[in-house]
Design a protein around this ligand. Sequence first.
Ligand code: GLN
Length: 312
Amino acid sequence: MNAQRISKVINKTMEIGRQQISLGNVATYIPELGKARKDALGLCISLPDGTVYKAGDTNIRFTIQSISKVISLCKALELRGAETVFSHVGMEPSGEAFNSIVELDLQSNRPFNPMINSGAIAVESTIIDYVSFEEMLEYTQRLCSDSGITLNRQVYHSEMNSCDRNRAIAYLLKSKDIITTNVDNSIELYTKMCSLNVTAESLANFALLLANGGICPGSGERLLKEETVRIVLSIMLTCGMYDGSGRFAVEVGVPTKSGVGGGLMAPVYGRCGIGIYGPSLDQKGNCIAGCEMMKHLSREMCLHMFQERQSG
Ligand code: GLN
């Protein structure tokens, strides 16, 4: 696809996204997130040859929220190994909301997967004694090729004052011996990771790294093991959009992770990294514009993993 055609597709994609914004709402259960500009919208597509396509609000900083679950999972897999990590958390879709607690007690001994709150808090508990928040921040900057990523203290404190549900989840996990380390430290690390300020461009960079099998396309340096990338992308495909993951896989066919700050991070394996920002969310907590934009991009650029790529 030539540059002119891609620019045309991007313009149309932005138009489709804008039409969705009024149908969703900005998250307010973390009060500080409610201050986001609802009509903000940014799209960034990064290619392995260094080409970056940007449209709209690609430089606005917003909190990464659940997309940090992917980063923590990468770190846990690399530090502790898959066997240890998956003795604390499963790898199956939950079919429930991201902050659900009921099925955790009724149906399972372990959280269903690392992409929902319970699973991510369990993942944090496996690394808490091995890595500091400062190291995780630096790791995030490296994976996103963005040294400007910092902790958003307002959002962090806002969430720490309103995260009773996550605390309840963490203590339930402790009662089941899934968390054996300090519960408060796990919640603190989890919440800090959710409160990192990124841009659509940083998410596109991280997506490109994953799409490139863990090797930084610019430097040629391997930042993630092949096995880590394989596990993470598979779990993103089946669980990354919470209880909307199945439909999204059918309609878009690209492993994608969302966050309630409005971010979407989508690695198109072997091809490109996509980052989207739009804080207006659908009922499931996914960026409402981003979902339609990903559908359009998938169709127009033949991104679906089970679709032949056409030339032209
Ligand atoms: N920090 C948020 C929470 O724990 C992350 C949720 C999300 O992005 N879906 O609720």
